[in-house]
Design a protein around this ligand. Sequence first.
Ligand code: BTN
Length: 325
Amino acid sequence: MALRDSILQVLEQNRDVYISGQMLADQLGVSRAGICKAIHTLISQGYRIDSVTNKGYRLSSENNILSTEGIRVFLCEQLYNCTIHVYDEIDSTNAECKRLALQGAEEFTIVVANSQTNGRGRLGRSFYSPSDTGIYISFILRPNLDLPSATLITTAISVAVCKAIEKITGLSPSIKWINDIYLNGKKICGILTEAISDFESGTVDSVICGIGVNVFTSDSQFPEELQSIAGSLFPVSGSALNRNQLAAQIVNEFYHFYKNLTSDSFMAEYRSRSAVLGKHIYYIKNGVKYYGTATDITQSGALVVIRDDGPTEILSSGEITLRLD
Ligand code: BTN
C-alpha cells in the first residue's frame, strides 16, 4: 500500500485523536521526514488534516474526501480485502464496473466516484451527479441466480440503503416502489442494477449494482427541473457526515442480506419502509394512466394495486411510472 494510503488508513481509524509523527513513522516503518512529506502531499491534494505541534496529526472533521482507505476501514471483516477504485470524476461508476466485470473482476469489486459526467438512471434517464455533494457507488456481484431471482437484489439494496442511512444519520428514509429512496417527500437516492447474462444457460453472469445518494446537495444546486422532486440528506450545510463511512455501510448492510439472499430476510422491512403501501396512487402502463390503491407488496417484490375501476393488478415491472396521487 502506498505511504499516503497507509497514513490515511491510520488517521481514518483514529478520527478525533491526534497521532504523533513519530508514532506514524514507527507504525509504518518510515522516517518522520517521510511522514511529514506525505502529509504535505495529502494536504496539497485537498485532504483537511489538522496538525498541532507536540500533538501530531488528525483528520479534520471537515475532511470529506472519498478515498479507498477511508472506505475500507468501515467495511465489515468479510469485505475488508475487496478491491476498491475511487475516482474524482468518471463517466459512470456502473459503466466502469461493467468494463471491469468483462475483464474478470471479482465479486464485490467496488467503484466510487466524487462526480459522474454521464451518471445513468433507470429507463434510460440520466442521474445528476455533481462533485463533493453525493456518493456514486457501484459494485460487482457474481450471483448464481436466474434473472427473476436476481431482481431480489434491487429490493435488498433499497432496504440496505435505508438501514445504512438510518444507522449513520438517525434519519428514516422510505422506499417508493420499486427502488427510489425518499426523505421528506423528495428523492434522495436512486438505484440502478444491471445484469450481464449468459443467454445460453439463462443464468446471470454478473450484476452491477449502482447507487447514487444525494448527501449535501442544497435545493438550489439541483437543475431547475429537478428542484421540486430531488432532495438530499443534508440540504442545509453543517453536517459532518463522513461519505466514506456511509458508502461502506451501504455495502455492509447489503452484504448481510446477500450472503443468504431470500426475500424472507428483508421483504418485511421493505414493506414497513414503503412510501406507497395504503396510498392512493396512479401509474402509467403502456401509455395508459390508471388510478388505484397500493395494498400489498408480494414476497417477490411485486406491487398489488386495487384499481379504482375494479380489477386488482399485480405490478412487477420496473418499466412502470408510479406516482403518489
Ligand atoms: C434512478 O434513479 O433512475 C437510478 C439512478 C442510479 C444512479 C447511480 S449513481 C452510481 C451508479 N452509476 C450510474 O451511472 N448510475 C448509478
